[in-house]
Ligand binder design. Structure first.
Ligand code: AMP
Length: 117
């Protein structure tokens, strides 16, 4: 846990968020600035900065299993499992990663393919 990390503080429930599901090693909450009708962030409870750092975490398999279980369950509960969704993880500054705590954006509920609708 990092004292000054926003997502660590959300995990510790020191900062309010709209948490929609939880697993032993990961939680899911709605993005405060949604880019689609469904925009959920899935984050490990442990402070892991990026995907690149995940490989050196001893329980990385358990964390990934919880993250992808949450993705699956939330896609069903939010009604986007059949229509489709996008799963995005920004890594580093050039990709636009603003919060240095690993997170997956689960986006759905609107057309995101090509050509734009
Ligand atoms: P990224 O740019 O990939 O690091 O994504 C960070 C995401 O965190 C952005 O989509 C923000 O809208 C979102 N965000 C920032 N602060 C909060 C917050 N307090 N609660 C929920 N989502 C947040």
């Amino acid at each position: 846990m990092a004292d000054d990390c926003l997502f660590c503080r959300i995990v510790r429930k020191e900062v309010g968020s709209d948490i929609i599901d939880e697993k032993p090693t990961a939680i899911a909450f709605r993005d405060v600035s949604p880019q689609a009708p469904v925009h959920v962030l899935i984050v490990p409870r442990e402070h892991i900065p990026t995907i690149a750092d995940l490989i050196s975490v001893p329980n990385s398999c358990e964390i990934l299993s919880d993250i992808f279980s949450l993705v699956n369950d939330i896609a069903v509960s939010e009604g986007i499992s059949q229509s489709g969704y996008r799963l995005v993880a920004n890594v580093g500054e050039e990709a636009g990663q603003a919060v240095d705590h690993l997170h997956f954006h689960l986006l759905g509920g609107r057309f995101m393919g090509w050509p734009p609708g």
